[in-house]
Design a protein around this ligand. Structure first.
Ligand code: MN
Length: 253
């Protein structure tokens, strides 16, 4: 089984090493093609206004001077001579829960994989102010193989991917794994910090505060709050089918 690894935290991120450890439980045919620098928040962006470079760091280890989507694209078209069986993205340093998903470079790399018709799974380690640093990846390292094993051969329709989050607690206190739907945060993107650069020009910097959410039963947010690994199947049909008839009616006649 050939596995392609990527992320949005960059090719040197500790979470990518953890992802490689998880993948090695299942295969030795592991390839890495990840952004050369951190791309958190890049979403599903594709670099169009400048050239992108591919750098080789080892026999099967490459970086791309672009986004996670660029990395998957070059991984599939230039690095690998045959399509991988699986694409794994992560392990992200931080949550990708609820409506974080559309901002997420980690999830978007898996979206790109799903668009290419390849089984794709995103992994993220949730952390808090009390729970941070590389020690937090112990939970992903231990629970990763347990959650990945059944996902490697479960049937997945076209344009469907899997989003996995690990809770911010020690591996032995994790309660289990739950398949749950995507939840939603109460809308807020946190603070916008305003400052002045050394030349006197105003800049803005988006803060990443803990975003409030109302816990809804059966969601990824609830599962993480209760100490479970969350597993959420996502699909790329963004059409809201229930509204289609109503909207079509407004344009009829
Ligand atoms: Mn990230």
């Amino acid at each position: 089984m050939r596995i392609l690894l990527t992320n949005d935290d960059g090719v040197h991120a500790p979470g990518l090493t953890v992802l490689e450890e998880i993948a090695r439980h299942f295969s030795d045919d592991i390839w890495i093609c990840a952004p050369s620098e951190e791309q958190s928040g890049a979403g599903h962006s594709l670099t169009l206004n400048r050239p992108v470079r591919l750098q080789q760091h080892g026999e099967r280890r490459f970086s791309v001077t672009g986004t996670p989507t660029d990395s998957v694209t070059l991984g599939l078209r230039k690095v690998l001579d045959a399509a991988p069986d699986v694409i794994l993205s992560g392990v992200n340093h931080g949550a990708n829960l609820g409506d974080d998903i559309t901002y997420s470079g980690t999830v978007s790399a898996a979206i790109e994989g799903a668009l290419a018709g390849i089984r794709s799974i995103a992994f993220s380690q949730v952390y808090t102010r009390q729970w941070t640093g590389n020690a937090a990846f112990d939970t992903a390292r231990e629970w990763g193989p347990k959650v990945l094993a059944p996902l490697l051969d479960t049937p997945l329709p076209q344009r469907t991917l899997i989003n996995v989050n690990f809770p911010p607690r020690t591996p032995e206190t994790v309660k289990g794994i739950r398949a749950v739907r995507q939840g939603f945060h109460d809308y807020s993107r946190g603070t916008v910090v305003e400052g002045r650069d050394p030349r006197g020009h105003t800049y803005y910097w988006f803060g990443l505060d803990a975003i409030e959410h109302t816990l809804d039963h059966g969601t990824d947010l609830e599962a993480i709050d209760e100490g479970y690994v969350s597993v959420t199947p996502l699909h790329l049909d963004l059409t809201h089918h229930a509204s289609l008839g109503n909207i079509a009616g407004r344009f009829a006649g």
